[in-house]
Design a binder for this molecule. Sequence first.
Ligand code: SAM
Length: 279
Amino acid sequence: MGARDHRAAASAQAYLRDVQYRDSSRLAARARLHVKYGTASVAWFPWLVTQVDWQPDARVLEVGCGAGWMWAEASARLPHDLDLTLTDLSPGMVGEALERVGSLGRYRSTSGRVADAQALPFRRGSFDVVMANYVLHHVPDTQRAVAEMARVVRPGGVVVVACVGDDHLTELHQIRHEVFGTPTADPLSSNFGAPAGAKVLPATFGSVDWRPYRDSLDCRDPDDVVDYLASIPPVEDASPDDRARVVAAVRDRFEEGGGRLRVTKDTGLFVCREPRTGG
Ligand SMILES: C[S@@+](CC[C@H](N)C(=O)[O-])C[C@H]1O[C@@H](n2cnc3c(N)ncnc32)[C@H](O)[C@@H]1O
């Protein structure tokens, strides 16, 4: 990475830490759309935790834990004896996660730490399970973050990486494209998505298994879609005129759909085993 790339990465990370994920409000506007309008028979977090074969007294690291929602929303499907370490780049998120998960009193122990996925402050082999859900697309050096997760999981442990594919939320990207000319492919997937994971992860793990999560959105309130779009650039910092164009484009789509907007989802997770950590 050259000096210019380093500066760009540092400023992107500052935006994530201090603005986008300073607290969970923007993320909550996006999560709301999935929770309210998802059509899957089992919600995301309860489905996700059933993809792990939990061993007794498992030591678990979550990288990029956000507000710690998984441990609250899927608690009924999780064992009580977990030893949780919740980490995130954003101190605000770590604080929220600790408050939420700690106050449940559900797990054997819960601790939190501000940490960058690219430099995890833990010893080799410290965890039985390492999870990073929708995080790697934000990380400047994803290979380094993947290597770090492989380093801190014990041999025989599991690393879970959730991400999106190229066709995720296509209809919403089309609305942004119409107003701002941005690409129609999912921007998260372009940074690190299912295709990148399928290429990068097998270099670090002997066993990599992709598990798709079958879902779509059946949206019925245009305001929820506008809130979703407004939680991230370019709509987040758009001029009032451009924002009005977004609102009009959303309303047109609902009218065309007879009061509904169907949105495609393309997401899932990689279950990675047999870390190759080079000794
Ligand atoms: C889309 S949110 C996902 C949060 C949580 N995993 C979930 O599924 O609800 C991405 C999270 O990754 C965090 N993050 C971004 N870059 C990071 C990095 N380099 N290291 C650790 N966390 C990071 C953000 O602060 C944010 O909380």
